[in-house]
Write a protein that binds this ligand. Structure first.
Ligand code: ADP
Length: 343
């Protein structure tokens, strides 16, 4: 697919196949084209070129209502003057289902979502999490082929988000409905998605499972976007016997590459080791309880580095801590193309 607004192309040859029953997350920073892509699938935006097919049927020319999809938005879009029951039933009434069938579907969905006791309330009498459930209920009753979610949890507080995303995941597994979910939150994406499509500036950077993205990021962008705290990057020179770091230290590793590379190391892969080659001069310590983040610079350079060490670690400002890293956990990227290099 491509999408242009006037002369500006905002999605460039986005391509992907989604399997039946899969939960796909489209993730990327604000403005990368996530919502536009989702809205094209929904039929709320036209396609500039390319094709969208659902279950083998081209849907480009079909109205949203004819695509057999249901969409859950971040603002819930509930009708304030209608009860929860009426909100959930509305789409079915329009489709002229019988009263008995509508009641059956609404009550089944209400049971799944545990909102049966709220069916006669108005949306304003519900908490944010309950409203979000009603919005999902409205999608479920339609029994669609595809669920589309556009940042549905972004209005909820942090704790409720975590709870609701687990609920969405369980619900989707139970119903087995193919789902496409848009978020800018990489943690949400990693926990929800069977596969993630990472978008950046309207290009697909990578489309893969959470573990593939974490273990083998295809580009500097994906490497820096997936994982928290973000991956450390250092310019390095790949030589016959290892990687020469800007600190003048060589990391011993057998490499196929030669020349200038961008080296990536995840903070959690730096292992405290008094004889380790990576020396970090500590500038700031974050005690997170389960682990400790040591922020600083690669000793003798201005290159920022973070190490994530499990448990409690005390470190004085300005002291140097040394770390080792296993060669298999190093990532190499081409400094020009920003693409992954095979070590
Ligand atoms: P995201 O959902 O990832 O934040 P969007 O899909 O909303 O990104 O937007 C992608 C790009 O398309 C942005 O650069 C945005 O400014 C542009 N865009 C979105 N909608 C329109 C529109 N109706 N007219 C012109 N440009 C638009």
């Amino acid at each position: 697919l491509t999408k242009s607004y006037g002369p500006t192309e905002v999605l460039h040859h986005v391509e992907g196949e989604i399997n039946d029953g899969e939960f796909i997350v489209i993730v990327g920073p604000s403005g990368c084209g996530k919502s536009t892509l989702l809205r094209m699938v929904a039929g709320l935006e036209t396609v500039t070129s390319g094709e969208i097919a659902i279950a083998g049927r081209r849907v480009n020319e079909l109205e949203p209502s004819a695509r057999d999809i249901a969409m859950v938005f971040q603002n819930y879009a509930l009708y304030p003057h209608m009860s929860v029951r009426e909100n959930m039933a509305y789409g079915l009434k329009i489709r002229k289902l019988s009263k008995a069938e509508i009641n059956k579907r609404v009550e089944e969905a209400a049971d799944i979502l545990e909102i049966r006791q709220y069916l006669d309330r108005k949306p304003r009498q519900l908490s944010g999490g309950q409203r979000q459930r009603v919005a999902m209920g409205r999608a479920i009753v339609r029994d669609p082929q595809v669920f589309l979610f556009d940042e549905p949890l972004s209005n909820l507080d942090a704790k409720l988000r975590v709870q609701m995303r687990l609920e969405i995941r369980k619900l989707q597994q139970r119903l087995g409905v193919t789902s496409i979910y848009v978020t800018h939150d990489q943690v949400e994406a990693m926990t929800l998605g069977d596969r993630l499509m990472v978008l950046n500036g309207g290009y697909v950077e990578q489309f893969g499972t959470p573990i593939e993205l974490y273990d083998r990021p295809a580009s500097v962008f994906v490497a820096g976007f997936i994982g928290s705290p973000a991956m450390n990057f250092l310019p390095a020179t790949a030589e016959e016997d290892g990687l020469l770091l800007p600190s003048g230290i060589k990391l011993v590793a057998g490499l196929a590459q030669r020349g200038q590379v961008l080296l990536g190391m995840r903070p959690e892969h730096l292992i405290p080791d008094a004889a380790g080659p990576i020396a970090i001069e500590v500038e700031m310590v974050e005690q997170l309880g389960a682990n400790t983040l040591l922020h600083g610079t690669l000793s003798g350079t201005d290159h920022a580095m973070v190490a994530s060490v499990s448990g409690h670690v005390s470190a004085e400002m300005g002291t140097v801590h040394r770390f080792a890293v296993t060669p298999e956990l190093l990532h190499l990227f081409d400094p020009e193309t920003q693409k992954r290099l095979e070590a």
